[in-house]
Design a protein around this ligand. Structure first.
Ligand SMILES: C[S@@+](CC[C@H](N)C(=O)[O-])C[C@H]1O[C@@H](n2cnc3c(N)ncnc32)[C@H](O)[C@@H]1O
Length: 221
């Protein structure tokens, strides 16, 4: 699919897919969304845990992996980060978004390139504290069991890919998590919240990033 680069309101760039009429991140701010939804309301929930296993749905531009690396750079945390991507981007496409031009992210430009160019299907040491395993498979095909502390659920919106926000998929996510595991997503749609509850999650509706009233955090109790 064809992609165009657009600037979001916080100044950071994202990709727009005209055929889907959908962006890779919030138009209100790509970096702001990543830092709020996945880091502040997800990763920081586990700040006292030294070893953490994360599953991301949709590696895409790698922005969430990058903000995760930024977040742990001043802590003792070690992360095993597994990320699914059905339709990988090239580093050439991602580079144009200039995420590592930002002062905050500049120290990680070598690591960010490695995240994109490293091999798939195996854990790769991006830094001694951050291991990345990219899997070129579809979300609907996973069969993880009690493996992850945290899921970054960052698929395209339910209007665009309704088949990724179903009870069947959320059952797979529930099984993938360890007890007390957490799934965070930017989405706060009624039907999505009902589906998450229906498969057994305890749901918390919490304030979203700027421009978005609400987001969801689902806990495997
Ligand atoms: C909203 S984008 C966000 C990606 C990424 N987290 C980022 O920050 O750039 C959703 C991503 O999910 C990927 N995707 C679409 N269908 C998928 C599927 N069935 N399984 C896994 N990933 C999928 C897309 O290619 C896209 O990269």
């Amino acid at each position: 699919l064809k992609k165009e680069i657009i600037q979001t309101i916080d100044g950071s760039y994202t990709l727009f897919v005209p055929e889907l009429d959908e962006t890779y991140h919030s138009k209100h701010g790509a970096i702001q969304e990543s830092l709020h939804v996945f880091i502040k309301e997800g990763l920081q929930f586990f700040s006292k845990q030294n070893e953490l296993s994360i599953l991301e749905i949709g590696f895409g531009t790698g922005l969430n992996a990058l903000t995760t690396l930024l977040e742990i750079s001043n802590s003792k945390q070690r992360i095993k980060y597994t990320s699914l991507e059905a339709y990988p981007l090239t580093f050439g496409e991602v580079e144009k978004l200039r995420y590592t031009d930002l002062a905050l992210l500049k120290p990680f430009s070598t690591e960010f390139e490695l995240m994109h160019t490293c091999e798939w299907n195996n854990f790769i040491e991006i830094t001694p504290e951050f291991q990345l395993k990219k899997l070129n498979i579809k979300l609907q095909e996973v069969s993880f069991r009690n493996q992850f502390d945290l899921i970054y659920f960052d698929a395209f919106a339910p209007q665009v890919q309704p088949d990724l926000w179903t009870e069947d998929v959320f059952t797979l996510m529930y099984k993938s998590l360890k007890p007390n595991g957490v799934l965070v997503t930017y989405c706060a749609k009624g039907s999505v919240k009902r589906a998450l509850k229906a498969v057994g999650f305890e749901l918390q509706s919490i304030p979203g990033p700027p421009g978005k009233r609400e987001m969801s955090r689902a806990i495997k109790c």
